[in-house]
Design a protein around this ligand. Structure first.
Ligand code: HEM
Length: 433
């Protein structure tokens, strides 16, 4: 059995300065060993109470039972707003409800057969292109990012967005390096008061949204050949049931930005981690190749356990609440971290071991709220079905054609910055099966 390398985990809680430094470089190293054993950790930081919740009743209260008492934290809003604007990810209240009601049906399980057609065709093209690369090293992170971006463009917007892929990746890389790392002021001040970092973020937002507008102009100019309406049509046609109002042009653009971003980056990185795990575990790779129908989904579920793309869900309490045995105060910060829950020592046997058999059909169910790569409650990931359908198709297509290994023994370590990224882009070597 294979245990993937882990990031540095401090033995004791970090003092304020190292903590602030660590959340800017790798949030996965910000929590001490104890969080993987205890049900709740409470700590005061910068004048606010912070909780890390690993306790099912408390998690249920915050995400499922009383979600309207909790909103996204100031730092999350600051970091996500430049790339998602007022789209579904950050919307709150009635605006969120309308957006969610519009987007969810287009990504519901019954839409998967329609979307599958685009996914299979795009994946086949990408796999054929990879066949020409079997003699040299391959960057599979980039390959997966390009593929999932193309799938998102074609299936949601009937649009080939490959021509924009390079520019989009350049902007997202710049974003991750310069704007996505929260400073102390980013954590301290409410989102309505701009911090020094926010000025750079606003300038970035203008450039990013200009790119999204260019993509939308292409989409409006093209009459999709398909009679079936795509997500873009559904968004344009959406009306508030009470006021009859549709999305404004800016709102529509923000929604498109949100869905393109949330719809490809997380899936790309999840596929990357699945392939990285398999490259280091030849036995598991062979088992998957021998029985893809049973094992593909199990490998993906286990990958999302060990390397959850969304490693942290944060909420700010709007008012006081009782969650499980905890008395939550107004403005307290609640952290529900798939990264921690999925490696918690009281919830999982051998938590750090890569063992897809945990998710085979006859395996016992994991304890309640111990496994939540897509969140829970009304704000659960709206694209979860789409992501799983897509990742299953891509992983199965890959393993059917290629066996893979890593070129270098250098460990590939996870880094938490917005999503769970690798610390470097490792080179892979592919062989035809
Ligand atoms: C493996 C891939 C993915 C993972 C791990 C993932 C994870 C998550 C998580 C944990 C949340 C909840 C955040 C919270 O409660 O604060 C979320 C929300 C969301 N996801 Fe995903 N996601 C994935 C793929 C996708 C895809 C493919 C789409 C779109 C097609 C998408 C669109 C969204 C949107 C719009 C939200 C906000 C929903 C709302 O607030 O109502 N995600 N995602």
């Amino acid at each position: 059995m294979f245990t993937p390398p882990k990031p540095f985990i401090p033995s004791e809680p970090l003092a304020l300065r190292p903590f602030l430094r660590t959340i800017r470089t790798n949030a996965l190293s910000a929590w001490p060993e104890a969080v993987y054993d205890l049900p709740v950790i409470r700590r005061s930081l910068l004048g606010r109470v912070n909780y890390v919740l690993n306790e099912p009743d408390a998690i249920h209260r915050v995400l499922v039972d009383n979600p309207s008492n909790y909103r996204r934290s100031p730092a999350s809003v600051r970091i996500l707003r430049p790339i998602t604007g007022q789209g579904l990810l950050l919307a709150e209240g009635d605006v969120w409800r309308l957006q969610r009601r519009t987007v969810a049906p287009a990504l519901a399980p019954r839409m998967m057969p329609l979307l599958t057609r685009h996914i299979v065709a795009t994946t086949d093209e990408a796999m054929n292109a990879l066949k020409d690369r079997i003699d040299g090293p391959v960057n599979l992170l980039e390959t997966m990012q390009n593929l999932t971006l193309e799938i998102a463009g074609r299936s949601m917007f009937s649009l080939e967005i490959a021509q924009y892929g390079g520019e989009m990746r350049r902007l997202l890389t710049e974003y991750g390096e310069h704007h996505a790392r929260p400073s102390m002021l980013d954590l301290l001040l409410p989102p309505s008061i701009p911090t020094p970092g926010d000025f750079g973020r606003r300038r970035f937002q203008k450039r990013w949204m200009a790119l999204i507008e260019a993509i939308m102009r292409d989409r409006l100019a093209a009459e999709p050949p398909d009679l079936a309406r795509d997500l873009f049509d559904l968004l344009r046609a959406a009306r508030d049931p009470e006021t009859g109002a549709g999305f404004s042009p800016d709102q529509l653009r923000d929604q498109v930005a949100t869905l393109i971003l949330a719809g490809h980056e997380t899936t790309a990185v999840s596929l990357f981690w699945a392939l990285t795990l398999l490259a280091q575990d030849p036995d598991e790779q062979q088992k998957l190749a021998d029985d893809p129908n049973t094992r593909t989904r199990a490998v993906l579920n286990e990958t999302l356990r060990l390397f959850p793309a969304a490693y942290l869900i944060v909420r700010e309490a709007i008012g006081p609440d009782r969650a499980g045995t905890l008395d939550i105060g107004r403005r307290d910060l609640i952290m529900i971290a798939p990264w921690i829950l999925h490696r918690h020592r009281t919830l999982w046997r051998d938590p750090d071991v890569f063992d897809p058999a945990r998710f085979l059909p006859d395996a016992p169910q994991p304890p309640r709220f111990s496994y939540m790569p897509f969140g829970a409650g009304p704000r659960i990931c709206v694209g979860a079905q789409f992501a799983l359908t897509e990742a299953t198709i891509v992983l199965a297509a890959f393993i059917e054609r290629f066996s893979l290994s890593l070129e270098s023994p250098r460990p590939v370590l996870p880094v938490g910055i917005v999503t769970t990224q690798p610390d470097h882009h490792p080179a892979f070597r592919l062989k035809l099966r």
